[in-house]
Design a protein around this ligand. Structure first.
Ligand code: GSH
Length: 334
């Protein structure tokens, strides 16, 4: 009797999963503007985004700098509470299940580095100029956007860009955040996520706990490699700021390159890692640059105005545990 009941429950579960899976189609999407896709919309610009997501911050900062109004669609990720990005509704907007998605007149633009360029190119005349007219300067800007973007496989290629080094550096923050998320919610990712590695990492963090993070050897290696590469990326930024004389990456013109780097520093704050890269007088030009970035109105509007309470708690917990456990601090900072 009990055996048959278990069988019925398992069979019902499999049928449910098969049905859901068939209706939550995921696949990679090409970067850029998709004129062939029509999405329901109410405003010229709409943005699907998340408070914590680095790439979402980049899109929000860009729209704030341009003064472009947009309809906001906040989407939860597992880090901030649930896999809303795996819902049927959101997958119809982006079958890759990632944020941000910028929608212009109903057509999506995928990948944040494409979105900021698109928004700057389609802002009404009279909007602040974030892309230089001079072709050489424009190429220079694009180089600095690219080296701060998340492109390709960030875990394997943290040497390619500072953006790619960010996920590895964020692992301890994720480990701290996931303590607040129940297992059942993470399981949804295992069933439906396009990249099963992501929920698997969260499960490992949850099972092991923040204090025993150093036991997770392969993940600690990713973190250490990302740290080493971020040092190299920031050395290059220091040299560029000195060469151009600031205040911004291209000199006098605040550009998309600065939009793209602002969010990297903000993530280092959230991951309690700024002191690792800028402490003890290291990289004075970068430190002064980061101070200037925080004074821009776009920083308070698009980043501080969207803070998620879970992130602040997770940062405080991470800092406190590193203080309490020197071996944890050494593993994450030395
Ligand atoms: N290269 C993409 C990255 C998109 C991406 O991976 N977004 C993350 C947040 S920064 C996400 O949506 N993660 C949710 C998940 O994978 O479950 C971009 O620049 O837009």
């Amino acid at each position: 009797m009990f055996g048959s009941l278990v069988l019925v429950v398992v069979a019902a579960g499999v049928v449910w999963w098969a049905w859901e899976n068939a209706h939550r189609k995921t696949h990679p999407v090409a970067a850029g503007h998709h004129a062939g896709i029509e999405l329901p919309h109410e405003q010229e610009f709409e943005l699907y985004h998340n408070a914590l997501s680095l790439c979402s911050k980049k899109a929000r900062v860009c729209l704030a700098e341009l003064g472009l109004p947009y309809k906001s669609h906040p989407i939860d990720l597992i880090e901030t509470g649930s896999y809303e990005n795996l819902s049927r509704q959101f997958l119809s907007v982006n079958p890759a299940g990632t944020v941000p998605v910028l929608v212009h007149e109903g057509h999506p633009i995928y990948e944040s580095h494409e979105q900021i360029r698109y928004a700057a190119d389609h802002a009404p005349s009279g909007s602040p100029v974030l892309v230089p007219d001079d072709p050489e300067l424009r190429d220079e800007m694009q180089t600095w956007v690219d080296c701060s973007s998340i492109i390709g496989d960030p875990i394997a290629e943290s040497d390619k860009s500072a953006g790619n080094a960010v996920p590895g550096l964020t692992l301890p923050l994720f480990s701290s955040m996931i303590t607040e998320i129940p297992y059942t919610k993470i399981l949804e990712g295992l069933l439906f996520h396009i990249d099963r590695r992501r929920p698997l990492i969260f499960l490992a963090f949850k099972a092991r706990g923040l204090d025993r993070l150093p036991d997770l050897g392969p993940l600690m290696k990713i973190n250490a490699r990302a740290r080493r590469h971020m040092h190299e990326h920031l050395d290059r930024l220091e040299a560029q700021l000195v060469k151009r004389g600031g205040p911004w990456i291209l000199g006098d013109l605040y550009s998309l390159a600065d939009v793209s780097w602002m969010v990297i520093f903000d993530r280092l704050v959230e991951a309690d890692a700024v002191h690792v890269f800028l402490g003890d007088g290291k990289r004075p030009a970068v430190s002064a640059y980061w101070e200037r970035l925080q004074k821009r109105p776009s920083y308070s509007d698009a980043i501080e105005g969207h803070r998620h309470p879970t992130v602040a708690r997770a940062t405080a917990r991470l800092r406190e545990r590193k203080h309490a456990i020197p071996a944890l601090r050494a593993a994450l900072e030395d």
